[in-house]
Design a protein around this ligand. Structure first.
Ligand SMILES: *C/C=C(C)/C=C/C=C(C)/C=C/C1=C(C)CCCC1(C)C
Length: 266
């Protein structure tokens, strides 16, 4: 990304100002307001609020779930909580500067994506004993995908090479949930409710997650108008987060709810 010294300077100024964000957040009094034609900025606002609301919902709902299902629903709430806080900062960066908040985005992902992956392990563990290897293999694929993605977006590695390496991490995850041990455990030991949740979750990891590499391609690999690329990148990542954080959480919530009702007769 650092193609010129001025670009680097702008980026450094951005990093410095975002570090100071907690003390000097973006307020209308600084003359910085959300413009009515800033579609990407508006999407940052919408999603911040949707994430806050989802967090309250998941935490409250976890209280009425059967004990072994609570962890999964709490984890959904943690994902939306961590993302909500990052969205506040990303929103400020975008509204004030029109630049892509890459660092915040990846700090968010490095916390939330492993939590989402852990959900596969958690829902299976709620019904049977699952070897730790399942958990660690999913984690390794996830970390590789994110580390290479960041290296590409931050200009530490060639964007195309980083893209390919990151894709390999994602493909490995897909393999594990469709053909690996996790999928075998689900197929052989899980209750029908859990099996169906497992299947929907892996479809999200396949199709919902596919939205992110599309954003990366439009942001970095094609097109030569930097403003248009930054707009597509952020809009697409934002939409993807709705599906993959809130939507994914709702699937967990639905199965936890159903299984709780089945076990308690309520
Ligand atoms: C809540 C955030 C989620 C679920 C983020 C998921 C991110 C990805 C699946 C990103 C994948 C990427 C590739 C597969 C290749 C290009 C680089 C990435 C990091 C955008």
């Amino acid at each position: 990304m650092y193609r010129s010294p001025t670009a680097l300077k702008t980026k450094l100024a951005l990093i410095a100002s975002t570090l100071l964000a907690p003390v000097s957040s973006v307020f209308a009094s600084d003359g910085v307001v959300l413009k009515s034609n800033d579609l990407v900025g508006i999407s940052f606002w919408f999603i911040s609020m949707a994430l806050v609301a989802s967090t309250v919902f998941f935490f409250m709902e976890s209280l009425r779930m059967a004990g072994k299902w609570r962890t999964s629903v709490v984890a959904s709430g943690l994902v939306t909580l961590v993302a909500a806080v990052h969205y506040f900062y990303m929103r400020d960066v975008w509204v004030a500067t029109g630049s892509t908040p890459t660092v915040y985005r990846y700090i968010d992902w490095i916390i939330t994506v492993p939590l989402l992956m852990a959900e596969f392990y958690l829902i299976l563990s709620a019904i049977t004993k699952v070897p730790g290897g399942v958990f660690w293999r999913l984690m390794i694929g996830t970390i590789a995908m994110l580390v290479f993605g960041f290296a590409g977006e931050a200009g530490l590695l060639n964007v195309t090479v980083a893209f390919i390496l990151s894709m390999l991490g994602w493909i490995y995850i897909i393999y594990e949930v469709f053909a690996g041990e996790a999928s075998k455990i689900s197929a052989s030991k899980a209750t029908p409710g859990v099996q169906s949740a497992f299947k929907t979750m892996r479809l999200i990891v396949t199709f919902g997650w596919a939205i992110y590499p599309i954003g990366y391609v439009l942001g970095y690999l094609v097109g030569n108008d930097p403003t248009a690329s930054a707009n597509s990148l952020n809009l697409i990542y934002n939409l993807a987060d709705v599906v993959n954080k809130i939507g994914f959480g709702l699937i967990i919530w639905a199965v936890a709810s159903r299984e709780t009702e089945a076990s308690t007769g309520k």
